[in-house]
Design a protein around this ligand. Structure first.
Ligand SMILES: Nc1ncnc2c1ncn2[C@@H]1O[C@H](COP(=O)(O)OP(=O)(O)OP(=O)(O)O)[C@@H](O)[C@H]1O
Ligand SMILES: Cc1ncsc1CCO
Length: 288
């Protein structure tokens, strides 16, 4: 499967070229996001002053926008950074943290998405339903139990995700116990992970940051293949790589930790130490 080779290639490109990843994100998990980007081999910059973000995005290889704990200043910065990214064709990941909580975040997310410049829309399943303007049951920043991906609803969810991806010309990434990743034509379910990942805050944000770190590598692969049509496909591979890496690192960290504190430290170590062989033999992905 060439997708597996592409994943390994993206990992190598990321470690070899250490791309700069500009993140405009919430203060709760900002430190964890910066560290996970470093653990993947990329370089984070977390600048958010509205008057400097255009310059910083212009120098970056990918942009990550996370709506958690949104403020007026970050709304202004995200709009300006997205414009700078669009002008230079820099890939952008939008993490829909909390769009189920407020009309403000839903309207803002919609305005960012309507630019059609977002490469990956990420959220929990309730946040993805909200982005698709479908009924959702999220509470706070968590997905509603009623919305969880299950055998009974996965076909419908995959079709919904493919349609959303087609509408916004992007990859859709719904994270949770099972991660659903789709572009306009294909959908995948990733079942790597461990309940300990939901026992520390910010794991969702960290998957977004990790996936953003892999976007420049996926862009390089697409450019090498010489086909713009492949853009969504290679960005989908970056999303799969982010979800599998986080899930596997969570499984391995849970096996060597005693509780949330040691789990958090072990998680970072496992992301850093994960080998290509462990990734390939441990990945649990199926097409849906
Ligand atoms: N119950 C679970 N069982 C197995 N893996 C899980 C579970 N919950 C989360 N994960 C893993 O953790 C990753 C992040 O999940 P999710 O998006 O639900 O995080 P979250 O707890 O909502 O994070 P945040 O605190 O940032 O909102 C997923 O990609 C998945 O690998
Ligand atoms: C707890 C929390 N609140 C807003 S963002 C965030 C981090 C996890 O998404």
């Amino acid at each position: 499967m060439t997708q597996k080779q592409d994943m390994l290639e993206i990992r190598k490109l990321t470690k070899d070229s250490a791309p700069l990843i500009h993140c405009i994100t919430n203060p709760i998990s900002i430190h964890d996001c910066a560290n996970i980007i470093l653990a993947a081999g990329a370089r984070p910059i977390m600048a958010e002053h509205p008057d400097e973000v255009e310059e910083i995005t212009a120098e970056a290889a990918a942009l990550m926008l996370n709506l958690g704990n949104i403020t007026d200043a970050r709304i202004a910065s995200m709009q300006r950074a997205l414009k700078a990214a669009s002008q230079r064709n820099i890939p952008v990941l939008l993490d829909l943290v909390g769009v189920t909580c407020s009309r403000l975040r839903r309207d803002f997310a919609r305005s960012l998405l309507s630019s059609r410049q977002i490469s990956i829309i990420k959220g929990n399943i309730s946040e993805i339903l909200a982005a698709a303007e479908l009924p959702f049951h999220g509470t706070g920043i968590d997905a509603g139990i009623q919305d969880a991906v299950s055998e009974g609803n996965e076909t419908w969810y995959c079709e919904t995700a493919r349609q959303l991806a087609s509408y916004f010309q992007c990859t859709v990434m719904a994270t949770g116990k099972q991660d659903l990743i789709a572009n306009a034509t294909e959908a995948f379910l990733v079942s790597n992970g461990h309940t300990a990942l939901s026992g520390i805050t910010g794991t969702g944000c960290m998957v977004g940051a990790l996936t953003a770190a892999y976007l420049p590598g996926s862009r390089a692969i697409m450019q090498r293949s010489g086909s713009e049509n492949n853009r969504n496909g290679s960005e989908t591979t970056a999303a799969l790589l982010g979800a599998i890496t986080m899930g596997l690192a969570g499984e391995r960290a849970a096996a060597v930790s005693r509780g949330p504190g040691s789990f958090q430290a072990a998680l970072l170590d496992e992301i850093y130490c994960l080998t290509d062989e462990q990734l390939l033999s441990g990945a649990r992905v199926r097409m849906a």
